[in-house]
Design a protein around this ligand. Structure first.
Ligand SMILES: [Zn+2]
Length: 441
């Protein structure tokens, strides 16, 4: 074997084990009891305070290259991912120019990423008005599924679908057995809410009410029920929408749900006025809502936790004026997601293996990356060495994100990623990530 990793706490699908993990050609070939003495060219012994977990799979990342590479790019995003224990990302189809709404645009993205990524990278396609004929070709070209918006996306080149277009596209995706992932806020409800303006967080919160999520999710669930398509609710913020989803699921609708680290760890009550680093859509809501999101995760109503890493340049965050109406909406946390969620989980008595399921195993399953998300024979040797009781203070200068604007600045987080391995090799400054197509891995 090329590598054996030995540790007292290795997370396997059967639970924690004192184990030796044997790797050949980038793939886990054996998991044996510690002491078995697996033989390999290279050996990695975990320290007493370290555990071995599968690398995280983050299915919601905006890389923005090409077109808005000053916001983020493949090299910087994947370096941040690696530093945070993330070994696979799935890139969102928008904020790059061109957006990934046809095969030519996907080819452009793949060419930009090729040879320059530090973790494995897969791609979402985009579903926009008038793009129905491009869905099947993009599916055949290997995207993991399709993203659409039901409300203004924030960038003009990526339009949103109305209810009729959504249903037409879902019928096509049902035929392809492809997944539609949806930004679910309702434009009518948001249009009727007060416009966001000025530095008060409460005013911003009032501009994106929970009812906007509930209305859009109801629209989506209706269309999913009629077409039989598989749908996924992106970045759920409003926990009150969960009963709608669980009811639909019980009736046979194929729906899954994600939430994000910022909704699980940050609270509206604590957002300082003018602190536009906290602006995202849908917004970070109050503490009681956050408790209900955690309950949703524990109940199984929410399937996965992924970052929605969506950076921009500091000037677009309107840091100087602190105006929530002007600021770009997006939180960048690819490097911090695991530590942020684990810190909160730990304080709530939630086990690390649950966090790993939500952030690695289940996201891999969502997009069908069958060789990711577990430490078991036959899986890719994508691994993170974590010191779960070690802590650090978030220093933006130490983030690899191109624009290290973060609402976590100064926070003490628990859980230090000491090393990340991709295909059995420690991730270094040399990019060794691969580009994944649906069905590849
Ligand atoms: Zn997003």
């Amino acid at each position: 074997m090329d590598l054996v990793v030995r540790g007292r706490r290795v997370l396997t699908p059967q639970g924690w084990r004192a184990a030796e993990v044997g790797v050949r050609d980038g793939v886990i070939v054996e998991v044996a009891d510690l002491g078995a003495g697996l033989d390999a060219t290279e050996t990695l012994e975990l320290a007493e305070d370290e555990v071995l977990i599968p690398g995280l799979v983050d299915t919601h990342v905006h890389v923005n290259q090409p077109g808005r590479t000053e916001w983020e790019g493949f090299a910087s995003a994947t370096r941040a991912a690696a530093a945070g224990g993330v070994t696979t990302i799935v890139d969102m189809p928008l904020n790059s120019v061109p957006p990934t709404t046809d095969v030519a645009a996907l080819d452009v993205k793949r060419a930009e990423a090729e040879g320059g990524v530090h973790v494995d990278v897969a791609f979402w396609g985009g579903a926009v008005p008038g793009s129905a004929a491009d869905l099947a070709p993009l599916h055949d070209a290997g995207v993991m599924g399709f993203k659409c918006f039901l409300v203004d996306s924030g960038v003009e080149e990526f339009g949103h679908l109305d209810a009729a277009e959504l249903e037409r596209d879902l019928a096509e995706l049902a035929r392809l057995d492809a997944l539609m992932v949806v930004h679910a806020e309702d434009p009518g409800v948001i249009g009727a809410a007060p416009e966001p303006h000025g530095p008060r967080y409460a005013d911003f919160l009032a501009s994106r009410p929970p009812a906007a999520e509930e209305a859009a999710i109801a629209t989506l669930l209706g269309a999913a029920a009629r077409t039989g398509a598989r749908v996924h609710v992106l970045h759920l913020s409003d926990a009150a929408a969960l009963p709608l989803i669980t009811r639909a699921r019980a009736e046979g609708v194929r729906v899954s749900v994600e939430t994000c680290p910022h909704y699980l760890t940050l609270e509206a009550e604590d957002v300082p006025d003018g602190a536009t680093a906290f602006k995202c859509c849908p917004p970070i809501r109050g503490a009681a809502n956050q408790d209900a999101l955690w309950q949703g995760l524990l109940d199984g109503a929410i399937d996965i936790v992924v970052t929605d890493h969506s950076p921009s340049t500091p000037d677009l965050k309107a840091l100087d004026t602190g105006d929530f109406g002007e600021a770009w909406g997006g939180v960048a946390s690819l490097q911090l997601g695991l530590a942020a969620v684990w810190t909160e989980a730990r304080s709530r008595g939630v086990a690390l293996e649950q966090v790993v399921r939500w952030m690695s195993t289940s996201p891999a399953a969502l997009v069908g990356l069958d060789r990711k998300g577990a430490i078991a024979p036959g899986k890719d040797a994508d691994l993170a060495v974590l010191a779960p009781e070690d802590s650090f203070d978030v220093d933006p200068a130490r983030l690899h994100h191109r624009n290290p604007v973060t609402p976590y600045a100064g926070r003490r987080l628990t859980g230090v990623v000491r090393r990340t391995l991709l295909h059995g090799r420690t991730i270094t400054d040399v990019p060794t990530g691969t580009l994944l197509r649906r069905g590849d891995a």
